[in-house]
Design a binder for this molecule. Structure first.
Ligand code: FAD
Length: 155
């Protein structure tokens, strides 16, 4: 069990939490969907803090239906429930309760992977909160796109 659990509701609250934890030199873990099946994968012991993203599970389809904005704590079932209403689909987890954050940052194999690549290949933009950007006074969140950052996994 962590000493404390923080449940931010937006990216800037994540930034604020990380800012404090880094300044105080406190170890922390990040929990997305919480679906990794071994202890400690997304949690930390009694000396640390768990940042639980489960309250950040919003799913918003863009007006042109080409992209969807997904909160860092959403599970794939949250995404699919919204997309099927608009006859849309995305390369995501093959089991509904798996988290979008953990699967995508790990690459992400999906039912469409033979034609679309990994889930990470379909990411248009990540909002990244790192200790580096927290320390840049004017930049609280770094926006990473394939054009500017080499995070794509599929040629
Ligand atoms: C039943 C089952 C079915 C699965 N099916 C598939 C599948 O079809 N395809 C596939 O590729 N994988 C699959 N997996 C593996 C799964 O993708 C990984 O276990 C993944 O890490 C789970 O993500 P999560 O967010 O639920 O996990 P968590 O346990 O919450 O997090 C896992 C890791 O990701 C980090 N993390 C999570 N969210 C974020 C975030 N928003 N920002 C930064 N870091 C974050 C955590 O800190 C932790 O290190 C499956 C696993 C299970 C148990």
């Amino acid at each position: 069990m962590p000493a404390c659990r923080v449940t931010p509701t937006c990216a800037l609250e994540v930034v604020a939490a990380v800012d404090i934890l880094v300044a105080e030199n406190i170890q922390f873990a990040v929990r997305g969907g919480g679906h990794t099946s071994w202890a400690g994968a997304a949690n930390i012991g009694s000396n640390g803090v768990t940042i639980d993203l489960s309250a950040m599970n919003e799913v918003v389809v863009a007006n042109n239906n080409a992209t969807v904005a997904v909160g860092g704590g959403a599970r794939w079932i949250d995404v699919y429930n919204v997309l099927v209403q608009q006859d849309l689909m995305v390369c995501g987890g093959r089991v509904a309760p798996v988290g979008v954050g953990g699967l995508t940052t790990g690459g992400g194999k999906c039912f469409f992977s033979s034609t679309t690549g990994f889930a990470a290949d379909g990411v248009a933009q990540f909002e990244v909160c790192s200790t580096v950007c927290v320390r840049l006074a004017s930049l609280t969140l770094m926006l990473c796109t394939p054009a500017r950052h080499k995070y794509r996994t599929h040629p």
